[in-house]
Design a binder for this molecule. Structure first.
Ligand SMILES: NC(=O)c1ccc[n+]([C@@H]2O[C@H](COP(=O)([O-])OP(=O)(O)OC[C@H]3O[C@@H](n4cnc5c(N)ncnc54)[C@H](OP(=O)(O)O)[C@@H]3O)[C@@H](O)[C@H]2O)c1
Length: 275
């Protein structure tokens, strides 16, 4: 017989404090929803636009059956001073942080030769440098939360674009793709840096999930129906796909998973031939 003493609690987040950047819509809102429904005590969400943050907080706090609460803090996580202000505000409410989800991201598409420098800077500042500083400045609070048997968690939302060359040409997204490769590798570096401090770090790489960020590219590539046909699972991602994957990485059951990239794309990155 095999004894699995933790079995009933693999995904139980009771008492956990979490923060999700870009939590006002899209994948970040799905993730914040999953954390609250998983039992988290406090879920901070942040994004630049205050009305969007307030609206998401109202939606989250109206979720049926939750015991925790969502708290919104507006800020730009591409800017180090805003990240520091975020840390300071979180500290006034909670003394620890168990789960940090670096989800906010930006993309830019256009032809290679005429790419404006500001576009590369915007993408790298948010998707790479901002994530580095976010984790760095939250490390003391993450360390307070973590213990050898229950490490705190960092999850970086990367992309399948970080392990393939998805789009070149007129609508090329070269710097986005490069920034996501860096984000995935940042998680691996953090896994080794922070593991001894009782903090794990992993990345999660989604394929296409309809959202404000993805919708323009989805249309350029022929629309949702076209993309569904080229996916081995014959569909795009849905909110439950991302919620379940995050719960696996941040729940008690995932506590020995460190430095992996979990791809959630229905297998689309592998499908080079026509189905
Ligand atoms: N959707 C997909 O198909 C897909 C696929 C692969 C990877 N991803 C990744 O998943 C993550 C979320 O994407 P999404 O599709 O959910 O995008 P989205 O719907 O556009 O949401 C982006 C969120 O990030 C916030 N945000 C943007 N810039 C910010 C900044 N500088 N500081 C703080 N918050 C900021 C936005 O709010 P404000 O505008 O108010 O700041 C919003 O809450 C990104 O990292 C993206 O690269 C998405």
């Amino acid at each position: 017989m095999s004894d699995l003493p933790g079995f009933s609690d693999y995904f139980d987040l009771t008492g956990k404090v979490a923060l999700v950047t870009g939590g006002s819509r899209g994948l970040g809102l799905h993730i914040a929803t999953a954390l609250l429904r998983g039992g988290a005590k406090t879920v901070f969400i942040t994004a630049r636009k205050e009305p969007g943050v307030n609206q998401a907080v109202a939606q989250l706090n109206a979720l049926p059956g939750i015991n925790g609460r969502a708290i919104g803090i507006a800020g730009n996580v591409a800017q180090t001073e805003d990240i520091q202000a975020l840390v300071d505000q979180v500290k006034q409410i909670e003394r620890k942080l168990d789960i940090l989800v670096a989800n906010a991201g930006a993309t830019w598409g256009g032809p290679f030769e005429t790419s404006p420098d500001w576009a590369s800077q915007k993408v790298v500042d948010l998707n790479v440098r901002g994530v580095f500083n976010l984790v760095r400045l939250f490390t003391p609070l993450l360390q307070t939360a973590g213990s050898p048997s229950s490490p705190s968690r960092v999850v970086i939302i990367s992309s399948v674009a970080g392990s393939s060359v998805p789009h070149v040409g007129d609508h090329g997204t070269i710097m986005y793709s490069v920034s996501k490769a860096a984000a995935t590798h940042l998680a691996r570096n953090l896994a080794v840096e922070l593991g001894p401090k009782n903090i794990t770090a992993n990345s999660l790489s989604p394929g296409f999930f309809p959202s404000k960020l993805a919708s323009g590219l989805i249309e350029i590539l022929g629309g949702e129906e076209q993309l569904k046909k080229s996916n081995p699972r014959q569909r795009l991602g849905v909110p439950d796909d991302i919620g379940a994957a995050v719960l696996f990485l941040v729940g008690p059951g995932g506590n020995y998973v460190n430095g992996v990239d979990l791809t959630v794309d229905g297998g689309s990155r592998l499908a080079r031939g026509r189905l």
